[in-house]
Write a protein that binds this ligand. Structure first.
Ligand SMILES: [Fe+2]
Ligand SMILES: [Fe+2]
Length: 238
């Protein structure tokens, strides 16, 4: 069964862990506002559970937007299923994703937002960041909710196991332990530092990742630390 936790005002974390099938938890986020948005749909196989979890917060038919970081099953595998129960919802992604592939996969057109475009959800304002290859995949985007300073950071800070819904404890050690078991998971190259600098510059207060606790400690320092550890791991100068 999926669990639902409100991690900050109006932002809900919907999580599912089944250690028999995957070593990580899968987490979707629902921003409940005048125009509700779901970030990550979860995999198609999890749709019934994710839908039930969404229903605990909003009527799925009231969803205005659905978005995700990059084209992978755990990010957007259930998009068509959600579009069926949310007839007014618009799928929204970065322009690279729209150009590359998503129109071929989904039943409704996908709106492509440019880098730094802000989606007005009502009280909340969601900034779209085009971040090719961070966390991975050319089409990758990350999004930042400006009023709560929540950075939805997808596969950054992935950990194994079922973590607490929200934590202030150090997340770097566990993240790097997972990365060392997942070679190639997060590519590190000349592009990486600039994206991390940009994320730090947003001064997030809460990190909402796809496979780990929401992190309410010093988020800026955590991003700096992950940047440093990734470069060290890759054998590159920080
Ligand atoms: Fe991914
Ligand atoms: Fe993921």
């Amino acid at each position: 069964m999926s669990e639902v936790h409100e991690i900050t005002d109006g932002i809900y974390r919907i999580s599912h862990f089944d250690g028999n099938h995957a070593p990580v938890e899968f987490t979707q986020f629902l921003i409940n506002d005048q125009r509700p948005l779901l970030f990550h749909t979860g995999a198609k196989g999890l749709f019934p559970q994710t839908l039930e979890a969404v229903k605990k917060v909003v009527d799925p038919a009231s969803l205005s937007y659905i978005s995700w970081s990059h084209l992978e099953s755990d990010e957007c595998g259930a998009l068509n299923e959600f579009l069926r129960v949310a007839p007014k919802a618009e799928a929204v992604h970065g322009q690279i994703g729209v150009m590359l592939s998503v129109a071929d996969f989904f039943d409704r057109p996908v709106r492509g937002l440019g880098d730094n475009e802000v989606l007005d959800l009502g009280q909340k304002k969601l900034r779209f960041l085009v971040t090719p290859h961070v966390p991975h995949a050319w089409d990758a985007i990350l999004v930042f909710e400006e009023t709560t300073r929540t950075l939805f950071c997808s596969d950054l800070f992935t950990v194994f196991g079922k973590p607490e819904p929200i934590t202030e404890s150090d997340i770097i050690e566990q993240s790097m332990a997972a990365l060392k078991d997942l070679p190639g998971y997060l590519p590190v190259g000349p592009h990486t530092g600039a994206v991390f600098d940009r994320l730090v510059g947003l001064e997030p207060k809460l990190l909402a990742g796809h496979h780990g606790s929401a992190y309410s400690g010093n988020a800026v320092q955590a991003l700096r630390d992950l940047r440093g550890e990734l470069f060290k791991f890759a054998g590159m100068a920080v």
